[in-house]
Design a protein around this ligand. Structure first.
Ligand code: AMP
Length: 429
């Protein structure tokens, strides 16, 4: 059998084939909209390697997470120490790059954004891939609740600009480390008598990070959680975290960014502090967030920084956004279609068609046939390429130095001299 792509990966294809996750033009469109809005907000683009030292991910994402324990792709090459992994997320790499390259000197707070493939060896299902694509935003250097609110608002602006209507923001706070310690003590007290009934993963979590039991995918665990009537993390917030959370909400309300308080929000990653949120969409199921984010003031020190570098950031999954767009029937952008398509009726005029096409590309999309074409065939080809205008070039056109452009939608014909072609396309493309 011919070789196929690995399980849990997708090819991004031109044209408009069936499932939304594989439409290359739609991927590019989402990145483009995100880039535009993030850069308007002063976020600068950064790109980091797609593989990193395993220790970065272990420390940055947290040893108790499923990502580190079960889903890492390790990278080997001959004679290698085998210590690299394909990055599963963008935050730890961006913070590593910030620290390693002294990006603090660019100013503080510093807003950064990136996009690209992420890798997790997950159980593959709809919207859950092994290679997926994220857009990430990180704001480093501020604990101000304005940074949190702005991050959330930017995410909201991107998804609404993309045309999505059914998105909700679930907002929570996981407090400061001492609040989490108190909450974890409370959870240990609650779950220890039920230890034997918990799933194997949750037994392990009980000692490492009891909060993560609340995130468990096991139905038995969830039944125990429901039965125990567990208090939410929000009940354990200290005064400072509570004030901070209140201020974030106040800014969002002032800016008209809607949100719902979700007292159960935990997030799977260890370095989060205070604000945490998820973006959901009714059409793609409660368990598949479109994106999520949070404050991670403890991360830089976890990665070896001498001083704390507070940070807040988010990531959304491009494939999940595409599923949500498909669910709502938001039209996908198509790939490029030329404003002009030219073909020569005779081989002698192919160089002229090529030269005019290259001239036209200064102002618009333009393409031409490598072979001579009859008029009927030329217009058919132009139509297939989605061209707006098409023309054929023969001895008459060459002698008069003029094209008869045909509008493929309306059939209208316009005579345009060669030296006015670019002006015409600028106005009529
Ligand atoms: P996380 O880093 O887990 O908070 O993920 C952020 C976002 O990335 C999620 O909300 C999803 O949109 C997307 N994402 C995470 N894991 C996957 C996956 N396995 N397949 C597709 N998208 C994913």
């Amino acid at each position: 059998m011919a070789i196929q792509r690995p399980k849990g990966t997708k090819d991004h294809l031109p044209g408009t084939p069936g499932t939304p996750e594989i439409q290359a033009a739609a991927h590019a469109h989402i990145q483009h909209v995100a880039a535009q809005l993030l850069e308007r907000a002063g976020a600068q683009f950064i790109a980091t390697p797609i593989f990193e030292e395993a220790e970065l991910v272990q420390r940055g994402v947290g040893g108790s997470t499923d990502i580190v324990r079960k889903e890492m792709f390790t990278v080997y090459y001959a004679g290698d120490h085998g210590g690299y992994v394909l990055r599963p997320e963008g935050t730890a790499p961006v913070v590593r790059a910030y620290l390693e390259n002294g990006l603090k000197q660019l100013g503080s707070p510093l807003k950064l954004w990136t996009h690209g493939p992420m890798f997790r060896a997950e159980n593959v299902q709809k919207g859950r891939l092994r290679q997926f694509h994220q857009v990430d935003y990180e704001c480093l250097g501020s604990t101000d609740p304005l940074a949190d609110a702005e991050a959330i608002a930017l995410m909201w602006d991107i998804v609404t600009t993309l045309g999505l209507k059914g998105v909700s923001i679930q907002l929570g706070s996981i407090g400061d480390p001492e609040d989490r310690a108190a909450y974890n003590d409370y959870l240990r007290g609650l779950f220890t008598p039920r230890l034997a009934e918990l799933s194997e993963d949750s037994k392990d979590r009980l000692s490492r990070n009891p909060m993560r039991i609340l995130d468990s995918k096991s139905e038995t665990d969830q039944a125990i959680i429901a039965e125990l009537n567990v208090k939410p993390m929000l009940d354990f917030l200290g005064a400072e975290a509570r004030d901070h959370f209140g201020a974030v909400q106040g800014h969002l309300q002032a800016w008209g960014v809607p949100f719902e308080i979700d007292p159960s929000i935990v997030r799977g990653l260890d370095y989060y502090r205070r604000t945490a949120w998820e973006l959901h969409h009714a059409g793609i199921g409660a368990k598949s967030a479109l994106g999520g984010g949070g404050r991670y003031d403890g991360l830089a020190q976890e990665l070896g920084a001498k001083e704390e570098v507070p940070g807040i950031g988010w990531a959304f999954g491009i494939e999940r956004i595409l599923l949500a767009m498909a669910d709502e029937g938001v039209p996908f952008p198509q790939g490029p279609s030329p404003a002009l398509y030219l073909a020569a009726l005779d081989g002698d005029y192919i160089p002229l068609a090529a030269a005019l096409t290259r001239q036209a590309r200064a102002v618009a999309g333009a393409d031409f046939s490598y072979r001579k074409r009859g008029a009927g065939q030329a217009f058919k080809e132009a139509d297939k390429k989605g061209a707006t205008w098409a023309a054929v070039i023969g001895s008459n056109e060459a002698a008069q130095r003029q094209l008869t452009l045909k509008h493929l939608g309306s059939g209208e014909q316009v005579a345009v001299p060669f030296d006015e072609l670019n002006t015409f396309l600028k106005e009529n493309a």
